[in-house]
Design a protein around this ligand. Structure first.
Ligand SMILES: *Cc1c(COP(=O)(O)O)cnc(C)c1O
Length: 218
């Protein structure tokens, strides 16, 4: 199946209120151009240098999302153009984004990554930590706008477990929105689980291999 056909199939199967982030990490420029040609404009990368290189070579109306874990010393390289940073999970990272966004006179939108998987993941905030950041830190930031949450379910074939993890994050998202109306986006769902994620309230799915095929890591 072609990249363009894959995108059409996904868009036909999801509500038009859900955004599709095409995860192009490790994929060549030609593959992104192919997706771009059928109207796809949001692309996700997990390495800053790779995203910078692709941003330089591709049309400027692409919206670039950083979906990987953010290394603080790399934020400066993407601060001039990144549209949304999905994986923010510390105050230190927020403060560095604030500093770099200010240099470029921008406001950078971010999502707080919430730990929902059962498996021991290094990354992600607890609900309590996220609420504290929204209450204490976010009001002090002028160049960062936290617009929602991101979560990754456990890597498992157990659909009920994935459903439960996404559902818990959705409950927390809806609860938080009442106090923090700037929260609009819930980024959850990848190639294997985006249908489940949308059922559980996802507003943004991050899909790589179902669009571009399997990745070969070197
Ligand atoms: C690679 C990646 C994806 C896409 O994964 P696929 O299974 O290929 O759709 C989504 N989110 C994050 C954070 C990723 O690193």
């Amino acid at each position: 199946m072609s990249i363009q056909q894959n995108i059409k199939n996904i868009l036909q199967s999801i509500p038009n209120t859900v955004s599709l982030v095409a995860v192009s990490k490790t994929k060549p420029i030609a593959s992104i151009e192919d997706a771009y040609a059928c109207g796809q404009r949001i692309f996700g990368e997990n390495k800053v240098q790779e995203m910078v290189d692709k941003h330089q070579q591709l049309p400027k109306d692409i919206s670039w999302h950083m979906i990987g874990h953010v290394q603080r010393n790399k934020i400066k390289y993407m601060a001039s153009f990144v549209d949304l940073i999905h994986g923010v999970d510390s105050i230190k990272t927020l403060l560095e984004i604030e500093k770099q966004a200010k240099r470029h006179e921008r406001v950078i939108s971010c999502l707080l990554q919430i730990k929902i998987a059962e498996e021991d993941s290094k990354f992600g905030l607890s609900e309590e930590e996220a609420t504290k950041i929204l209450t204490d830190t976010c009001p002090t930031l002028e160049h960062v706008s936290v617009v929602g949450f991101m979560g990754m379910a456990t890597f498992t074939k157990n659909i009920a477990q994935i459903q439960g993890e996404f559902s818990k994050l959705n409950t927390y998202f809806n609860h938080s929105k009442a106090t923090f109306p700037q929260l609009q986006e819930l980024s959850m769902g990848m190639s294997g689980d985006y249908a489940v994620a949308i059922d559980q309230g996802s507003t943004m799915i991050r899909v790589g291999s179902s669009i571009f095929g399997h990745r070969n890591y070197t």
